[in-house]
Design a binder for this molecule. Sequence first.
Ligand SMILES: Cc1ncc(COP(=O)(O)O)c(C=O)c1O
Length: 415
Amino acid sequence: MDHEHVREVDPAVADALENEVDRQRSTLQMIASENHVSPAVLDAQGSALTNKYAEGYPGSRYYGGCEYADEVEELAIERATELFGAEHVNVQPHSGTQANQAVYFAMLEPGDRILSLDLTHGGHLSHGHPANFTGQLYEVEQYEVDPETGYIDYEGLSDLAEEFDPDIVVSGYSAYPREIDWERIQAAADDVDAYHLADIAHITGLVAAGVHDSPVGIADFVTGSTHKTIRAGRGGIVMCDEEYADDVDSAVFPGGQGGPLMHNVAGKAVGFKEALEPEFEEYAHQVVANAKALGESLSENGFSLVSDGTDNHLVLVDLRESHPDTSGGDAEEALEEAGIVLNANTVPGETRSAFDPSGIRAGTPALTTRGFDEADCREVGDLITRVIDAPEDEAVLAEVREEVDRLCEENPLYE
Ligand SMILES: Cc1ncc(COP(=O)(O)O)c(C=O)c1O
């Protein structure tokens, strides 16, 4: 990846792009929402479709010259339909947040009520946080995870739904390591005549591969990001039954967006094609096996995991018991110095702040893409332990960095 055309015009940006590829190659990307797309998806995303205006939908555009844009978007829709089995798919949302926005704009009026999981318990900004448009336009109540088990408190959710009478219940999370009982949340929403939006942003790939139960056919709306576990490049997707199709489509365009990012829609088409291959199912199983191995290794080393483990692609570590003097931010910084990139994260019952919380979140989608297996992930758990046990010990950080270099060489990326 030499970015030769960029280099001719703009050496400063070319340097940054090449340094970024080197950074991804030579460090462990463990941010749970990240992945490494294939060269084919990169190629599609860097294509001439970035030049094309295609406001509207295939066969009904506001601009001429859309025949190839139409082809690409139709392919993306076809493949997403095959992957997820939804009656209607819109592949134009610029991101997961825009996919959620489309559902809210389609079904709610300002002042309507959203019931969603608290951010510090694993929810997402676009589910009603005060700093997000959702918290400003709508009235929001939040459910939590059970403080004892770390699992969604489904009973509490139902009780809150009865009390609050929401217009929409949001499920699907950013930092929740367990499978989600879609039926149970649907039942709670049905009881109070609310819609149910299942946001599978993080687990889109696990659902596509059939490794996790799908909310399609259960929840009224299903949204996702296309760049996380599914490796289809930056973007979002909305799925729903045919009865809501027109409302959702108009809420995406012209309701919330202008012209679709057709180069990204091309990336989605290619990434979805890859996800239909049998290798993708193996990949998704391996992501989960790797997260379990990582979690076991960390638990054996004395760390406390929210919900005591994981069913998906991430583990959430609460540092308060094992390392009361180390914040998530301290851990994140020391780990990055040693070549392990993950993020500080709030934990249920957070006692520090959102800026320097008590936990770290670690995911395996990107490591699995570059070939890591369970043994590698156990080793990564040991490396994380060595760093967090001695975050200021430069010798330890240097030793771990050497082990990271070795693991990266054994599992090369973008050769
Ligand atoms: C549950 C959930 N929904 C939505 C999003 C937003 O996705 P995007 O960053 O693509 O807007 C995220 C991002 O991590 C997420 O975790």
